[in-house]
Design a protein around this ligand. Structure first.
Ligand SMILES: Nc1ncnc2c1ncn2[C@@H]1O[C@H](COP(=O)(O)OP(=O)(O)O)[C@@H](O)[C@H]1O
Ligand SMILES: [Mg+2]
Length: 260
């Protein structure tokens, strides 16, 4: 079976005032259908760049980056959830969540029913007619997640989606996200700078090197599912986060030395 997400010798160069700079170099990755894959790496190593290429918002300079299309050509390939609450301030929660379906020409009654189902799932039932400005950061991020999932993409791309939230809200949303994923088992590529989050959520954690980004190592997360936050207190969890940090430490030092 071919992988759902494939990167082969992916290369991304940007032209800057100082000349060309290489953001991604010889990056190889395969994500299986239905896998939850977490991507960690020091700041500036090209995580967002890779995700943007996958989302079709940018393209690789060389090599191959693709999502293998599924059998239904009407099903969108990918939706992205960003760290900044990328919701439309002038639309209600309901209309934000229905947005992707509206763009695809789904009839009003049908798209609003689908949107309401997702709003229920992310525990915002009472807030369907609220505007984003009336919501907390965690609630806005629930809207983003619901909007992405309501569109039923083949792949969900998430770029530090919980990075701006306080620790408690973040923990709650991590658990909620895992519950949603358990039901749908969509292919997820999840970028995070939190090692704990990567190990808690992922089937595998891919560690990238400092700039230019390339694959450093892959760590299999063999923690049983379904998982809840209690798993974070187990020795197996500590061993896994230790292994990720072991792989990441030198890269973070390299990145910091370069930025100093
Ligand atoms: N549009 C762009 N033009 C020039 N350089 C860019 C552009 N986008 C990203 N970069 C550079 O590419 C590198 C990788 O960036 P990014 O993918 O945002 O890293 P990460 O998400 O891992 O922190 C960084 O050095 C960044 O400055
Ligand atoms: Mg980034």
């Amino acid at each position: 079976m071919s992988a759902k997400i494939v990167a082969r010798s992916a290369e991304k160069r940007f032209q800057t005032r100082q000349g060309w700079m290489t953001a991604l170099h010889g990056f190889d990755l395969e994500v299986a259908e239905g896998e939850f894959l977490c991507l960690v790496g020091p700041s500036g190593c090209g995580k967002s760049t890779f995700l943007r290429i996958l989302a079709g918002l940018d393209h690789a300079t060389d090599g191959e980056v693709r999502i293998t299309p599924g059998p239904d050509p009407r099903q969108p390939l990918a939706n992205v959830v960003f760290q900044e609450y990328a919701v439309f301030p002038w639309k209600t929660v309901l209309h934000n969540v229905a947005f992707g379906l509206e763009m695809r020409g789904v009839r009003r009654a049908e798209r609003e029913a689908a949107a309401r189902r997702w709003i229920d799932k992310v525990a915002l039932t009472r807030f369907a007619d609220y505007y984003p400005a009336q919501l907390s950061g965690g609630m806005k991020q629930r809207v983003s997640i619901a909007r992405a999932l309501a569109n039923d993409p083949q792949v969900l791309l998430m770029d530090e989606p919980l990075g701006a939230l306080d620790a408690q809200t973040r923990a709650v949303l991590q658990e909620e996200l895992l519950q949603l994923w358990e039901e749908a088992r969509k292919t997820v590529l999840y970028v995070t700078h939190s090692i704990d989050e990567a190990v808690f959520l992922g089937d595998r954690v891919v560690v990238m090197t400092a700039h230019p980004g390339t694959l450093k190592t892959v760590i299999d997360v063999d923690l049983p599912r379904p998982r809840d936050l209690g798993v974070m207190a187990t020795p197996a969890f500590a061993a896994l986060t230790g292994a990720v940090w072991e792989a990441l430490r030198d890269e973070v030092h390299r990145a910091m030395a370069e930025q100093a």
